[in-house]
Structures are given as structure tokens and as C-alpha cells.
Write a protein that binds this ligand. Structure first.
Ligand SMILES: [Zn+2]
Ligand SMILES: [Zn+2]
Length: 237
């Protein structure tokens, strides 16, 4: 019996198998460099980095360095896990509701629900562009007008944009196939993965593990925590 050549079904099956092999190889070989290349193909890192560069230039031009230029970043860094936790719980996990004809919901909450439905969808990992644009305007205005001196406002702007970049990069990397190597990053990785794949009512910090969650009692033992049926579809119960 001779083999029939190029039967459409067989050709297609071969092509599909090759695509699957390529995908697996890509996953195994996802280096930090390649992950970073993909990170740079999204608007959020560029928007935040541009603000940061502007703030650094402004800060150098203004001068007027004082002790509070060390104090403000230190306090912001110390409170960041708590800030992240509060925003995640109250803003991102906001349960949409109606006030008569008005729908009370936000782009942040809506996109975060979509992010829980499809955690591997890369654009959904980042802060939504419209909200981020508005946020950057508010932050620049705060830097200019809400501080006793412009230098300190710019120090604040530099710190918040650095924290923002750190947040976006960590959150993005946790959702890629890059496998954690160091123990510190592994803990952060596990924390956020539990939030998505185990139970969405716990593990709310993204860039740290066991800081604010411990403080607020959302850091249970994963082994004795039940898997939530609504971790993908928030508020669906
Ligand atoms: Zn996530
Ligand atoms: Zn969440």
C-alpha cells in the first residue's frame, strides 16, 4: 500500500502539531529579555516612563534639595503595599451597581474583571490607557500644586512613577510564562497566582507577598483554603 501524499487532513494536522511544538518551545525559553521586549510593546510602560523622565529633568532643574526629598519617597515606599491592597480591594474588585438609571462602575473595575476572566491576555494586565492618562494628569497637577514646594512635588512624581513601573512590570511578569528563579520573586509570583487561580478573596498585594495581606488578614494557608468558584468571574455568585 502506498501512502497518499498531501492529504489535506494530514497536512493540516501536521501544521497544527508544529504550531503547538513552537508554542511549547517559546514558553520553555521565555527569557527575561524576551519578556521585557513584549512589555515594551504596550502603551502603559511608555506613558509612565515618559512622565518619569519629565519629572527627573524638572527635579534636576529646580534643585532645592532638602531632607524631605528622602523622607517622602521612604514613606511612600513603606506604604505602597497597603496602598496597593486598598486599591485592589475597593477599586478593582468594586461590585458594579446601579443608582437608579446610573451605572456605578469604572474602567479599572471592568478591565480587572476581564483580567480575572482571562489572566493570560496581555493587554488586560496593564493599567487601562484611558484611566492611566487621566491619572497622569492628576499626578502632574498634584506635583505642581499640592506640595509646599515644587521640588518636593517632583520628588513625589518621580517616586510614584517608579512605583508604577515596578507594579506594571511585576504584574506583567507574573502572568507570563517566565518561571520564577529567586525566592523573593517566587513568593510574589505565588501570591498573585493564588489570587487568580485559588481564591480571589485573598492575596491582594501584587508586588510583595505577606506584607499588607498579613496585616489585613488576607494571607491564609493555601493548603487549607478552598478554591473559589468565582475566581474567574468576580461577583458572579
Ligand atoms: Zn493579575
Ligand atoms: Zn483581583
Amino acid at each position: 500500500m502506498t501512502k497518499s501524499k498531501a492529504e489535506p487532513d494530514t497536512v493540516e494536522a501536521h501544521a497544527r502539531a508544529k504550531v503547538r511544538r513552537d508554542e511549547r518551545a517559546l514558553r520553555r525559553g521565555l527569557t527575561l529579555g524576551r519578556a521585557f521586549g513584549e512589555f515594551l510593546r504596550h502603551p502603559s510602560p511608555w506613558m509612565i516612563a515618559t512622565t518619569l523622565v519629565g519629572a527627573v529633568i524638572g527635579r534636576v532643574v529646580v534643585g532645592d534639595w532638602q531632607t524631605s526629598d528622602l523622607l517622602v519617597p521612604a514613606v511612600m515606599l513603606a506604604f505602597f503595599p497597603v496602598f496597593e491592597w486598598i486599591v485592589h480591594v475597593t477599586v478593582l474588585h468594586w461590585r458594579p451597581r446601579r443608582l437608579g438609571p446610573i451605572a456605578l462602575d469604572s474602567e479599572l473595575a471592568r478591565k480587572h474583571r476581564e483580567h480575572h476572566v482571562d489572566p493570560r491576555n496581555i493587554p488586560l494586565i496593564f493599567i487601562p490607557t484611558k484611566t492611566l492618562s487621566a491619572l497622569i494628569v492628576v499626578l502632574i497637577a498634584s506635583a505642581a500644586f499640592a506640595f509646599p514646594r515644587l521640588g518636593l512635588g517632583l520628588t513625589f512624581l518621580i517616586t510614584i512613577t517608579l512605583l508604577g513601573l515596578g507594579y506594571e512590570w511585576t504584574h506583567y511578569l507574573v502572568h507570563t510564562d517566565y518561571k520564577p528563579k529567586g525566592s523573593l520573586y517566587r513568593a510574589v509570583w505565588r501570591n498573585h497566582r493564588h489570587h487568580h487561580y485559588k481564591n480571589e478573596h485573598y492575596w491582594f498585594t501584587v508586588t510583595t507577598s505577606g506584607t499588607a495581606d498579613r496585616l489585613f488578614g488576607t494571607y491564609p494557608d493555601p493548603a487549607s483554603t478552598e478554591t473559589s468558584p468565582t475566581a474567574r468571574n468576580l461577583h458572579s455568585a
